[in-house]
Write a protein that binds this ligand. Structure first.
Ligand SMILES: [Zn+2]
Ligand SMILES: [Zn+2]
Length: 250
């Protein structure tokens, strides 16, 4: 297979036993991006990488993950130059600003829909270097997944997996419209939908049993698979691993 390098992580993901192989891949891509940007390779000192982090910045989730990762100087340097750029935009906005009159609710003039400078600044802040790079890796994994479906052995592996979280299920269905080869369509839609449903039911039953275990009549009963039903339910709903410890630099 052409994309040999990407087939290995795909196989690993479907062998992992994770509640969603794409969550597993996403975590792997996210960690490698955090390590790339703030890790021992010190990519943040390379001008092209710094230009990219200056431009995109980081979302709230990834600022927290950068903080937890623990490279204080590296993160500080990235935020220093990123903030310099934002401050420049801030000043440009302030300079051109004119105090507006209070808008009357009876005004006939149409509402000015042009973006204000603080909205532009906010939109810029909604970007994130780590999200964007992770999404780039995920796009490649999805592409490889659809190519690999031609292999009956891989299809069997998918059938024996624990299905997908709702976030990645929807993404998979969206991308299948364009990327899924015709030869796999008859297999893909019924299998993926049934697999996802069956496994949502399984996790829901684990959650039901977790709740039932709090009933004093069940104190002595076996936990079955319900001990970690809460984080696994959270994963199925939103595609996250809430029980993960912070990812730290080694
Ligand atoms: Zn997922
Ligand atoms: Zn992010």
């Amino acid at each position: 297979m052409k994309e040999q390098i990407d087939t290995i992580p795909l196989n690993d993901a479907f062998d992992s036993g994770d509640e969603c192989p794409f969550c597993w891949l996403e975590r792997k891509a996210e960690h490698s991006t955090i390590r790339y940007v703030a890790g021992p390779g010190a990519s943040y000192m390379e001008p092209d990488v710094r230009a990219a982090t200056d431009d995109a910045g980081f979302c709230g989730t990834h600022l927290k993950k950068l903080y937890d990762y623990g490279n204080t100087l590296g993160s500080a340097l990235m935020l220093q130059t990123h903030m310099t750029g934002l401050l420049q935009d801030f000043r440009n906005g302030m300079e051109k600003f004119e105090i507006p009159a209070k808008r009357s609710i009876f005004a006939k003039k149409p509402v000015n829909t042009e973006e204000t400078w603080w909205q532009r600044l906010r939109h810029r802040q909604e970007r994130c270097f780590i999200c964007e790079r992770t999404e780039y890796h995920m796009a490649r994994y999805y592409h490889t997944f659809f190519v690999m479906l031609a292999d009956p052995q891989f299809r069997e592996k998918v059938e024996h997996s624990k299905g997908f979280c709702l976030r990645h299920f929807a993404q998979l269905m969206d991308l299948a419209q364009e990327q899924l080869p015709n030869a796999q369509r008859e297999w893909f839609y019924p299998v993926v939908m049934k697999l996802t449903e069956d496994n949502l039911v399984r996790v829901k039953e684990d959650l039901d049993w977790l709740i039932a275990k709090y009933d004093y009549r069940n104190t002595k009963a076996d936990w079955k698979n319900s001990r970690d039903a809460l984080p696994r339910t959270m994963e199925k709903l939103q595609g996250l691993h809430p029980a993960d410890p912070p990812y730290k630099s080694e």
